[in-house]
Design a protein around this ligand. Structure first.
Ligand code: AHR
Length: 864
């Protein structure tokens, strides 16, 4: 190892990526009220609800007993179970349409990932305790069902009295001292004679409530038991216990426990979670999915008709997100929630298309599926003289519900979707011309082939989804400005910064909202996704509102939405933002640590050479020792005969970084793959195992080579990463090299370029402005990503800004990684200050890492 020159210090080289501005940052937001303005959609802010992450069962829906009707183990219709070595099963379609090879059904995540079946789930929530000499057994039975909806019940045989049946709820039953819990269950006594005593208990068995006792004598008729359990203590992890004092064999079904619910509605909602929804004042609610609507097969797609009637008469269904939905919160309840929240309903109908395009309902036989949708509309808004309208009236709601939109399916990629959509749209418009039909797009962007097939004139509004990573919003602030206008509107039905659940996500989402507000002629509606998640079973990484059995919190993004909703302008006005100092185009963005590594692969390296940006050799390593390197971040590294070896094949990634950082320069090294799944890694702009750029030779199971990123500095966006197909052979020495300048990198293999990429510095300050005409108020929204406060001047032109006071709502964090949590649910909430206004130039300080909403009263507004 020879160290040819030493750079003065690490800090200097890292300066490029983390540069601190030399002068105090200032911004100017110039608002011209006399320039033409655009309407902001009055329905922009809505919500999307789906049974994912136990959003309903074990969440918003108040029921505390998990698997209350013992149906969790009922296999989804149309599926065959293929046993797996771990005791679980893989679900496959019982039969595929003629001519479709089985392999066609094998699709990557998320489709097939959701087809795992665990037979242990059948009794999830329930356990039997033989204590104090009692003996008993339990099993599921299909005999003597309680009603047509219930295919299973629990058969319990008590040989010696005292057997206790526990339900642990959804990761605990939260009980509060002095609250009363509504108990209801059904029993078929069979041969049992004795008493069933029901109580709330702690895990230790300590009794936490009053008891409900039911005397039972042998019989063959199902009987209902109801009562109230008053809690004597608070416990987030209590259990429901049914103790059987007697002997014999009985059947139990539909064991239910409800806490006090939101607005005291029967079969209602968990109050804290419902309150979060109400806080967003949604102008519409999209339901019930998402992928949930599609099903893995058409046979298991949801049918809204099965969610009507008494909750005891709803069979429930196996949901796309790998658990059963009780459907206790069904179609009627969704509509009722819309009404309560004064929101329009947006019902997503099963389109006859599933997540497996090979398993669609044949288009030529689609009529019954279309009819199912027409019936749903009739139930919601049809006259009480109609079949379904009459049923609605019978349920106590003769008035129509506020159903305004019907979406056809969810995220179906091919052009073929256009054909399905067209049939539904025609049928809906013929009968209900007032309904806006929403055309679903895929995960991101437009499904242009489907749009082409139906033609722009046959589209009211398209539902585009946007799950975006860090940096996207900052580099795509003009996304909607550039969007082609085709006469139809856009609904961003699922959007979210989807990479990090923290304040940086909230800042990105604030930009997304600004982008939509200022394009009100195009973007009509938007809803964040997913909204709710039980922390004990997250199906999705980034969610808005999270909870366990007793606690809940909303991520920072929630408060941004709330703030924007509360300050919803009706027109967006011309706004010009200038910041000082301007970004330095020469500041290096690729600088940082460099190093060697591999991904689940044992590799060898030799003859490492490192050159600086001027081409001078600054480090040459023939691997006598590892003194030039930091302690490995990961992997098993050693040197032998001038060769550096990494032998750990289970580390992703193994990482060894040079002590000496590099601002711009070149790395060359020889590398050989010994064994394992992939090839070699050359790191640059690396901080640690969480944040780095890398040349990846043999990426993705040894398929291609490319420059990739795992987290970039906060103020940068990574672009490119063009890839070249091909894997790394075992045992062959390759020549690798990586060149990087201030903002570009190139990767070479045996002298040939295989990839390039660039890094872009992102703006740190964004602002838009709007107007609330009736209130004569200018509303300015500004987001500051910088670690520095931004001294800001608002300049309002085209109207009078008299003397008075303005309001400045500030939502701020001490770091981009900051957020609320279960432990600290209101750590970050917006606060408001009042400031004096005298004239059209207003000076404000917008704090570091903050979103601001500023309201300024004006007079003499030009008419729109
Ligand atoms: O919001 C979570 C899921 O993301 C939805 O079910 C689906 O529509 C999307 O892919």
């Amino acid at each position: 190892m020879t160290n040819l020159s030493l750079l003065p210090c690490l800090a200097l080289a890292l300066l490029g990526a983390q540069a601190a501005p030399e002068t105090k940052p200032t911004a100017r937001i110039q608002i011209d009220l006399s320039a033409p303005s655009k309407p902001v959609s009055p329905n922009l802010y809505g919500i999307f609800l789906e049974e994912i992450n136990h959003a309903f069962d074990g969440g918003l829906y108040g029921e505390l007993v998990q698997n209350r009707s013992f149906e969790e183990g009922v296999p989804p219709p149309g599926m065959t179970m293929i046993p797996k070595p771990d005791g679980t099963f893989k679900m496959e379609l019982a039969s595929l349409p003629a001519g479709v090879p089985k392999a066609k059904w094998e699709m990557p995540w998320p489709w097939n990932g959701n087809s795992v079946w665990d037979p242990k789930r059948a009794l999830i929530g329930w356990s039997l305790h033989n204590a104090g000499g009692s003996t008993g057994t339990m099993q599921l039975t299909e005999a003597n069902p309680m009603n047509a909806a219930s295919s299973r019940s629990l058969e319990l045989t008590v040989q010696k009295p005292g057997v206790a049946l526990h339900n642990s709820g959804y990761w605990g039953i939260a009980v509060k001292a002095s609250s009363a819990y509504a108990l209801r269950y059904f029993v078929r006594p069979g041969t049992f004679r004795g008493t069933i005593r029901t109580e709330l208990v702690a895990e230790s068995g300590q009794v936490l409530s009053s008891a409900v006792s039911a005397a039972v004598t042998p019989g063959t008729v199902w009987r209902e038991v109801m009562g109230s359990l008053k809690a004597s203590a608070t416990d987030p992890k209590a259990q429901l216990r049914l103790r059987f004092e007697g002997t014999g064999t009985l059947q139990l079904d539909w064991v239910s426990l409800f806490p006090p619910t939101w607005k005291s509605q029967p079969n209602g909602l968990r109050p804290d979670l419902a309150q979060y929804l109400a806080g967003l004042q949604p102008s519409f609610i999209r339901f019930p999915g998402g992928c949930y609507v599609e099903g893995l097969s058409w046979e298991m797609a949801p049918d809204w008709r099965k969610t009507l009637g008494q909750p005891t008469e709803r069979p429930g269904m196996w949901g796309y997100w790998q658990y059963r939905s009780s459907d206790g919160f069904g179609f009627h309840e969704y509509l009722q929630l819309c009404e309560t929240l004064k929101a329009d309903a947006l019902y997503v109908a099963f389109a006859g298309m599933t997540v497996h395009p090979e398993n669609n309902w044949p288009l030529e036989k689609i009529d019954p599926v279309v009819q199912q949708t027409l019936d749903a509309i009739e139930y919601a808004i049809g006259p009480t003289t109609s079949k379904w309208g009459a049923l609605r009236a019978k349920r106590g709601h003769p008035k129509p519900f506020p159903l305004k939109y019907v979406e056809i399916g969810n995220e179906h990629p091919p052009a073929l979707y256009g054909d399905y959509y067209a049939v539904f749209r025609k049928a809906i418009k013929a009968k209900y011309p007032q309904i806006q039909v929403v055309m679903s797009m895929f995960w991101s962007g437009l499904n242009q082939p489907a749009i082409n097939r139906v033609g722009d004139a046959n589209i009211d509004i398209v539902d585009e989804h946007a799950y975006r990573g860090s940096g996207w919003a900052r580099s795509s602030f003009d996304y909607f400005d550039r969007y082609p206008r085709k006469g139809w509107g856009i609904y961003m039905g699922e959007y979210a910064h989807n990479q990090r659940a923290d304040f940086s996500a909230a800042l990105d989402d604030s930009l997304f909202l600004m982008m939509m507000e200022r394009n009100g002629d195009l973007v009509k509606m938007a809803s964040y996704a997913p909204l709710l998640a039980n922390v004990n079973k997250r199906d999705w990484g980034v969610n808005l509102i999270e909870f366990d059995s007793s606690r809940s919190f909303a991520h920072a993004s929630y408060y941004v939405q709330k703030l924007f909703r509360e300050n919803h302008p009706d027109r967006s006005v011309k706004t010009v933002v200038t910041t000082r100092p301007p970004p330095d185009p020469k500041a290096p963005l690729m600088a940082g640590k460099v190093g060697l590594g591999s991904w689940d692969t044992s590799v060898e390296f030799k003859e490492l050479r490192v050159y600086d940006g001027a081409g001078a050799l600054v480090h040459s390593d023939n691997f006598v020792d590892l003194s030039a390197f930091e302690a490995p971040q990961s992997g098993a590294w050693s040197v032998k005969n001038g060769v550096l070896q990494q032998t750990d094949q289970r580390t992703s990634p193994a990482m060894l970084l040079l002590k000496r950082p590099l601002t711009t320069g070149k790395l060359t090294v020889k590398a050989r793959r010994v064994d394992g799944r992939e090839g070699f890694l050359l790191f640059f702009n690396a901080e640690n195992r969480e944040r780095f750029l890398f040349g990846n030779y043999g990426a993705n199971g040894n398929e291609f080579s490319a420059i990739q990123e795992r987290g970039v500095p906060d103020d940068c966006a990574f672009r490119g990463g063009r890839s070249t197909p091909g894997g790394m052979e075992k045992g062959r020495w390759y020549e690798l090299s990586l060149v990087f300048t201030e903002n570009r990198a190139e990767l070479f293999l045996d002298g040939k370029k295989v990839s390039d990429a660039r890094m872009e510095r992102l703006p740190s300050f964004f602002a838009t402005a709007g107007l609330r005409q009736k209130e004569s108020t200018v509303i300015v929204k500004a987001t500051n990503y910088s670690a520095q406060p931004q001294e800001t001047e608002l300049v309002i032109e085209g109207a009078m800004v008299g003397e008075g006071s303005g309001r400045h709502a500030i939502y701020q964090a001490s770091a981009l990684s900051d957020d609320n949590s279960l432990e600290h649910p209101t750590k970050l909430v917006p606060r408001e200050t009042v400031f004096p206004v005298a004239g059209n130039r207003i000076k404000l300080t917008l704090p570091a890492y903050s979103v601001s909403v500023v309201r300024v009263p004006v007079r003499g507004l030009p008419s729109p």
